[in-house]
Design a protein around this ligand. Sequence first.
Ligand SMILES: C[S@@+](CC[C@H](N)C(=O)[O-])C[C@H]1O[C@@H](n2cnc3c(N)ncnc32)[C@H](O)[C@@H]1O
Length: 259
Amino acid sequence: MPTDPADTVLNEIEAIGKRSFIPSIGPVKGKILAEIVKKTRPKRILEVGALYGYSAILMAKNSPPGVGIVSVEKNSEHVRIAMKNIKRANMEETIKMVEGDGTSELKKLSGSFDLVFLDAEKTEYLAYLKAVEKNLHKGSVIVADNVGIFKDQMQDYLDYVRNKGPYKSRTVETLLEFSDNTKDAMEISEKLVESSMELEDGGQLTAFVFSFSWALFIVFEKVTVRMPWPLKQLLIGQFPGEFEAQRQVIRLRSNELLL
Ligand SMILES: C[S@@+](CC[C@H](N)C(=O)[O-])C[C@H]1O[C@@H](n2cnc3c(N)ncnc32)[C@H](O)[C@@H]1O
């Protein structure tokens, strides 16, 4: 008999899954997810689709101490059961349940996530990723379940992480939860660039600095343009030709920013 209360809860959910199908990842995919968590060593995890709390408890159990998990679940009965299981696993401090629709709740999240587990509405995976992309950093890992059995419903997501977006992605083939013969797969994608929020902010700051310098330069030029050049040279130590060269450089840099 397991002494860890988390193991007791996990075993109970597994027993339910063996009696009648439940769409929880179960022990086979659970091992893959546990390995990813151990390797990633996340401080913050986001889950979309909790069901009874199995995957959230499993991820918490395999994470370093101090991890924080946010799990978004839209079905209120599932939220109630998951919270009961999380309490029984002694993980109330670690796992925070958020009741609501994945896409809209993800847009409200702040802070950064090291690992994201997508396991809710299959046609919405790309919408979930786009909604949380602002919270992902270089090296954040996204695990998407059911990319084998439901691949037709998530072609846009798979195309994005495999070909179009800033990710390195691989597919791990496995079996459908609680099945001995139905094939399924999980997609594991690693983000290759910093969060778009940071890039946007950085870009805005750079654009502001250049616009400000450009405006200052124009004002200065207007003020000094009518001065006789010996006075100009005295004031700013420049000959007229140098002015034009500087103007070209600044114009070039402002154009680069607009690309
Ligand atoms: C496959 S189950 C999750 C299984 C769970 N991750 C596990 O392994 O134990 C999918 C869950 O996603 C929830 N769900 C479906 N659509 C959702 C949405 N738009 N937003 C949030 N949760 C959703 C369902 O209510 C269901 O509980």
